[in-house]
Design a protein around this ligand. Structure first.
Ligand code: ZN
Ligand code: ZN
Length: 196
């Protein structure tokens, strides 16, 4: 299982295969809310309302975090292709509508994942240990409908292989031609085209 939220760490001296990684106050909890939240209530379509997302948040917070997570805003994003995101600045969780129309049963998993980001923004050790404990995925799934078109097209000056990328790469060399699996200036990828 994959989750799709991270900023990939900037450590890619050599281009690897496409990484779809792109894949975050106290809230008083009313009694018995957990009983009123059950994914069977909404089935798979339409997605639960934002109000139901808050109930689900409370349920998960109580079940897995002892109710200790602070209140955060939860909204749907119709534009986002990721499963979810957490922005520490705005203390907001976004849930991707497109993703969950394809993978509706992943909604709770996504919310769990984003809730862990309230504690750990990265996907580091702490994140992983909590994810394991509460059964949350580390990465979102990929699907052809969730892939943004490449904006940058690069080519290797040696073998000519084309790399389509959504993000600009400043220092990247060809995965096939680089010597020693490290950044190799001899086959630094050339930017051929930038699409608007
Ligand atoms: Zn994440
Ligand atoms: Zn090459």
């Amino acid at each position: 299982m994959q989750h799709k939220i991270t900023k990939s760490p900037k450590k890619s001296p050599v281009t690897k295969s496409i990484n779809f990684d792109l894949f975050k106050c106290g809230r008083n909890v009313l009694p018995d809310l957990s009983d009123s939240v059950d994914e069977k209530q909404w089935g798979h379509d339409p997605l639960p309302s934002e109000a139901q997302l808050y109930l689900l948040f409370d349920k998960l917070n109580n079940t897995f975090f002892n109710g200790s997570l602070p209140w955060v805003k939860i909204i749907y994003s119709t534009r986002m292709l990721n499963a979810g995101s957490f922005s520490p600045g705005t203390k907001g969780i976004k849930i991707g509508v497109k993703y969950h129309k394809i993978f509706p049963s992943d909604l709770e998993d996504t919310l769990k994942h984003e809730m862990i980001h309230i504690i750990d923004r990265s996907h580091g050790k702490l994140f992983k240990s909590i994810a394991k404990r509460i059964g949350a995925s580390l990465r979102a799934k990929s699907h052809p409908d969730l892939i943004k078109p490449a904006k940058y097209i690069y080519a290797c000056p040696i073998c000519g292989i084309i790399y389509n990328r959504r993000k600009r790469m400043r220092k990247a060399s060809c995965g096939t031609c680089s010597k020693g699996g490290k950044y190799d200036p001899d086959c630094k990828l050339m930017l051929l085209k930038k699409r608007d």
